[in-house]
Design a protein around this ligand. Structure first.
Ligand code: AMP
Ligand code: MG
Length: 273
């Protein structure tokens, strides 16, 4: 069990290593338990609030958070719980859905690049350009010869962003097949959540193994020093939130965002009448 403070090192996909999701324990919680994690999560959320305030004030760099995971992995829940630390003004969330005809008339990165964060912002992608090597691959929406080139293209695209002041952090929320079943059932059973459930979700669930293979490849080929993947054990929602909050806070802290200097013409001893 790694020390509690080292979740980032434990969960980061080291560039060049082969990821096999089936060999991981998605119920792992690294020594934390549900009872004692509350205070730690509150601490991490407070850190995030402070760091975002500085990043926004500084307005020189940006952070891009990419969230991926199979249906019901908890992308929405993570945004709800972890990003509550942020001032919404500096934290745009973009959910990437089935592309529109206008989007399909362009290259697959066109719609993505338009939504990258401005300087000072923490942009959240709920799904992302990775769908173009995931659902697109699983459903043969473009030929293999086309999607197979995209891993390298995505790495290059992310390097352009990184070289121009965007820190990228990518979270893959990993759940078990049985956990997905339970969450779909709960969604269906709850009248306030049934709207989220679609019969299409069950069709996708039948392709579980194809998705796992596509995830394994994406995580293996696109975890880079400039845009690392973190595979988050996400069967337990509270651990998922703690891990994402901690790794995100550590990443932004590494940037040492600082409040800008006071304007030259503002005196040190001003008393406003
Ligand atoms: P949800 O996240 O439940 O709102 O669903 C969004 C849907 O859009 C998912 O089924 C995704 O697979 C789908 N989607 C997102 N991006 C793409 C894409 N580039 N091509 C095809 N489907 C996509
Ligand atoms: Mg859905």
């Amino acid at each position: 069990m790694p020390p509690r403070s080292d979740l980032g090192t434990a969960l980061r996909v080291k560039p060049g290593t082969r990821v096999r999701l089936s060999r991981r324990d998605h119920g792992e919680s690294f020594g934390w338990n549900k009872e004692d994690h509350d205070a730690e999560l509150a601490k991490q959320l407070a850190r995030l609030a402070d760091l975002q305030d500085r990043l926004w004030a500084e307005a020189k760099r940006s952070v891009l958070v990419v969230l991926q995971g199979i249906d019901a992995a908890g992308k929405d829940g993570t945004i709800n719980k972890v990003m509550e630390a942020f001032n919404p003004q500096g934290c745009p969330v973009t959910s990437f859905k089935v592309p529109s005809s206008e989007e399909l008339a362009h290259d697959y990165l066109w719609r993505v690049h338009q939504k990258t964060p401005r300087k000072g912002e923490i942009g959240i992608f709920n799904r992302s350009h990775y769908e173009d090597v995931l659902v697109v691959r699983v459903h043969d929406l473009v030929p293999r010869a086309v999607w197979s080139k995209r891993y390298a293209q995505i790495n290059d695209f992310e390097q352009i962003l990184a070289d121009n002041g965007t820190t990228i952090v990518k979270f893959f929320l990993a759940i078990d097949r049985d956990e997905q079943r339970e969450r779909f059932q709960a969604r269906y059973d709850d009248p306030t959540k049934r709207w989220k459930f679609s019969m299409g979700d069950l069709e996708e669930r039948k392709r579980w193994d194809d998705y796992q293979a596509a995830f394994d490849d994406a995580l293996t080929k696109t975890s880079t020093s400039w845009a690392p993947w973190y595979v988050i054990p996400a069967n337990r929602k509270w651990f998922r939130n703690l891990a994402v909050a901690t790794i995100l806070a550590d990443t932004i802290a590494g940037l040492k965002p600082a409040y800008p200097p006071v304007a030259d013409d503002v005196p040190a001893d001003l008393v406003i009448e």
